[in-house]
Design a protein around this ligand. Structure first.
Ligand code: GRG
Length: 297
C-alpha cells in the first residue's frame, strides 16, 4: 500500500485531533461561559500534538480504528494541556507565554487557570471512558488506570514535584533522568501504549513499545533542554532561556551542549532499535522519532 509522506500524515492527524478536541469541549455558550471559553482558549489551535501523533502512530502498527485513536489521543492531550496551564502558574513556573499566546492566568486570572486545569483533567477521563466498540471493556478499564497512573504522583505530577524541589540544586544524571521519566516520559508512554491497546497489542508488543517510549520520553526532554538554551522565544512560542534563569538542573547544565547533543543522537538510535520487531508497520513511529530530534519548537 502506498503511504502519504510524513508531513501530510502529520497534518491530517493534527486536523483530526483539532476537530475531535473541539467536539469534546463544552461550547462557549454553555454556563459557566468564562470557564468554558478559557478551556477552549488553552486547548484549541496550538501545540504540536506530539502525544496524539504518538498514539495514532502506535495504533497504526495494529491497524487500530482511527476514531478510537482520536478518542484516546484527545484524553492524553487534554491531560497535557491541563499540566501546561498549571505549570505556567506563578506558584510553579510563573510564565506569561505558552503556544505563542498569553498563558491562561494572564489572559484570564489565576483562579480560572486552576479551575481550567481541574476541569480539563476530569474531562480527559470522561473522554477516555466513552465506550469503545472495538476494545473489550476490561481492556478499556485497564487503559483508564494506565492514564491515571501516568498523570498522578508516580507519574507527571510526581515528576513536577521533584522538578520544583530540585530548582537551585545540582542533581546526579540518574536523578535528572528519573525526574524526566516521571514528568514528561510517563504521559508520552501512556499516549503510545493507549494507541497500542486500542489496536489490541499483545503483552510482548506492549513491552517493546514501553522500551521505545522510555527512550522517546528522555529524548523529548533532552531536545527540550537544548531548545530552551539555543532557540528563540519567538520560535518556541514560550519563554526561552527559562531553565538557566530559574537555576534548574538540565541536561545542558549537567553534560554541556556537546554531550547533550550526543545523548540525543544515542537516544534516537535506541528508540529506532526498539521498534525493529515491528518492521515496516512502525514507519510512523520511526518518522516521529526523527521529528522529535529535528523539531525547532
Ligand atoms: C503541573 C502536574 C503538573 C505537571 C506539569 C508538562 C509539565 C508538567 C511541565 C511543562 C514544563 C516542561 C518544559 C516540561 C517538559 C517538556 C514538555 C512537557 C514540554 C511541553 O510539551 P510540548 O513541547 O508542548 O509537547 P506543546 O505546546 O507543543 O503541546
Amino acid at each position: 500500500m502506498t503511504q502519504v509522506d510524513f508531513l501530510t500524515w502529520q497534518i491530517s492527524i493534527q486536523q483530526r485531533i483539532e476537530s475531535a478536541l473541539d467536539a469534546c469541549l463544552p461550547p462557549t455558550t454553555c454556563h459557566p461561559t468564562r470557564l468554558h471559553q478559557a478551556m477552549r482558549y488553552v486547548t484549541l489551535e496550538g501545540g504540536k500534538r506530539v502525544r496524539p501523533l504518538l498514539c495514532h502512530a502506535a495504533g497504526e502498527i495494529f491497524s487500530a480504528p482511527l476514531v478510537a485513536l482520536d478518542q484516546m489521543s484527545c484524553a492524553v492531550e487534554i491531560i497535557h494541556v491541563y499540566s501546561l496551564v498549571h505549570d505556567d502558574l506563578p506558584a510553579m513556573d510563573n510564565d506569561v507565554l505558552r503556544r505563542g499566546k498569553p498563558t491562561c492566568h494572564v489572559k484570564y486570572d489565576e483562579a480560572t487557570a486552576l479551575l481550567v486545569g481541574d476541569a480539563l483533567q476530569s474531562l480527559a477521563f470522561h473522554v477516555a471512558a466513552q465506550p469503545l466498540a472495538s476494545v473489550p471493556a476490561e481492556t478499556q478499564v485497564a487503559m483508564l488506570g494506565l492514564l491515571a497512573n501516568a498523570a498522578g504522583s508516580r507519574g507527571m505530577a510526581g515528576g513536577q514535584a521533584i522538578d520544583l524541589e530540585s530548582t537551585g540544586k545540582s542533581l546526579e544524571i540518574v536523578e535528572l533522568e528519573f525526574m524526566h521519566l516521571q514528568k514528561t516520559g510517563q504521559l508520552i508512554q501512556a499516549a503510545t501504549l493507549l494507541g497500542a491497546h486500542v489496536g489490541g497489542a499483545n503483552a510482548q508488543q506492549v513491552q517493546n513499545l514501553v522500551r521505545f517510549a522510555n527512550r522517546i520520553g528522555l529524548l523529548f526532554q533532552v531536545v527540550d533542554d537544548i531548545l530552551d538554551a539555543e532557540a528563540s522565544t519567538e520560535v518556541l512560542g514560550k519563554t526561552a532561556g527559562k531553565d538557566a534563569a530559574s537555576n534548574k538542573p538540565t541536561y545542558l547544565t549537567l553534560l554541556g551542549a556537546k554531550q547533550a547533543h550526543a545523548l540525543a543522537a544515542q537516544l534516537c538510535e535506541e528508540a529506532h532499535n526498539a521498534l525493529l520487531p515491528f518492521g515496516d508497520a512502525a514507519v510512523r513511529l520511526h518518522q516521529l522519532t526523527d521529528y522529535i530530534v529535528a523539531r525547532k519548537s
